[in-house]
Design a protein around this ligand. Structure first.
Ligand SMILES: [Zn+2]
Length: 93
C-alpha cells in the first residue's frame, strides 16, 4: 500500500538523519564542501518535520476521504507528496 511505503520512506530518512555525520575523509572541517554538506544535513530534520506535517494533514479519515482537504482518498496532494518522496514524481499522478 502506498501509505505504508511513504511511512517507511519517512522513517528511513529520519533514521539516517539521526546518525552522526561521518568525518569527510582527509578534508579539513573548514573546507567549503564539508561545511556545505554539514549545513545541508542540518536542514534534513526541518524538512522532515515540514513533510510530516503535510502528511499528517493529508491522511485518510477512515471514510474514504482526506482529513485535510475532504477530497476522495488518496487526495491529489497526498499523491503528489508521496510520489516526490518515493522518487516517482515523473509517474502519472
Ligand atoms: Zn488532502
Amino acid at each position: 500500500m502506498a501509505e505504508d511505503r511513504v511511512t517507511a520512506a519517512l522513517d528511513e530518512i529520519r533514521e539516517r538523519s539521526n546518525r552522526p555525520i561521518p568525518r569527510a575523509g582527509s578534508l579539513p572541517i573548514s573546507h567549503d564542501g564539508v561545511r556545505t554538506l554539514m549545513e545541508s544535513a542540518g536542514d534534513v530534520p526541518r524538512l522532515l518535520a515540514a513533510l510530516a506535517a503535510l502528511l499528517a494533514d493529508h491522511r485518510s479519515n477512515g471514510r474514504n476521504l482526506c482529513a485535510g482537504c475532504a477530497d476522495v482518498w488518496p487526495c491529489r496532494d497526498y499523491e503528489i507528496i508521496s510520489a516526490a518522496l518515493l522518487g516517482e514524481e515523473n509517474s502519472d499522478v
